[in-house]
Design a protein around this ligand. Structure first.
Ligand code: HEC
Length: 206
């Protein structure tokens, strides 16, 4: 018996059903929701999602270049899909509209570290982020996150200490007469982290 047409049909149906599930149905859902655009919030008159500042936008590139995405996700799962709410990672689930301004979107797949969708609410302090990036052991003893020390410069204090210098205590402090200051990349990255929040209620999250 010639199995050719049967085999063809099998392969065709397999591919067609995955195309329907992965391409057609999501497209129909987008189309049904009227396409994805920023929404004007009645209460404040502002648009959501807001534009990121230019600095934060550059910081996103630093985030991307340093592989933060290998350990951190940026997606809060809905109720019933794990404990994201219990972990205090978000007050509502993430929806497509949250990512409108992100190209590329950095959802991430690994959660070696916590989800960062709302990190600016959990850690609103820029100096905390600086210390944590310089050496996670300072703020989070026992952390397995690698230090990003190359985003900082250890230099001799010239006339007076820079106002940006990290407040490092022994055993993390540099030798006497030296200071550790963030390079521009670290500043940009922290601007980006402080721009991360997605709590605005949207029609599709209710
Ligand atoms: C090898 C995995 C790994 C990589 C790569 C990594 N992290 Fe982390 N990160 C962790 C782990 C684990 C924690 C939890 C412990 C801690 O706070 O240090 C964490 C914690 C954090 C936190 C605090 C989260 C909270 O809820 O308090 C921030 C912010 C963060 N990482 C940012 C970054 C940024 C920015 C980068 C890239 C420059 C990065 N991480 C790269 C593993 C990683």
């Amino acid at each position: 018996m010639n199995y050719g047409p049967l085999l063809f049909l099998g392969v065709f149906l397999t591919l067609a059903s995955s195309w329907c599930g992965l391409v057609l149905i999501p497209q129909l859902q987008l189309w049904k929701s009227g396409g994805l655009e920023a929404v004007k919030l009645e209460k404040t008159g502002e648009f959501y999602p807001p534009m990121r500042s230019g600095l934060a936008e550059h910081g996103r590139e630093v985030y991307r270049a340093n592989g933060c995405i290998y350990c951190h996700s940026q997606q809060v799962r809905p109720k019933g899909f794990g404990g994201d709410f219990l972990r205090n990672w978000g007050q509502r689930r993430s929806v497509g509209r949250d990512y409108l301004r992100d190209k590329p979107v950095m959802l991430g797949t690994m959660r070696t570290g916590p989800d960062l969708t709302n990190i600016s609410l959990r850690q609103p302090s820029a100096s905390w982020h600086m210390l944590h990036l310089y050496n996670p052991q300072i703020t989070s003893p026992g952390s397995i996150m690698p230090p990003f020390r190359f985003l900082f410069e250890t230099r001799k204090i010239r006339r007076m200490r820079s106002p940006d210098a990290l407040d490092l205590k022994p055993p993390f402090a540099p030798p006497p007469g030296y200071e550790v200051v963030p390079k521009p990349e670290a500043q940009l990255l922290v601007d980006y982290l402080l721009s991360l929040r997605a709590v605005t209620p949207l029609p599709e999250t209710e």
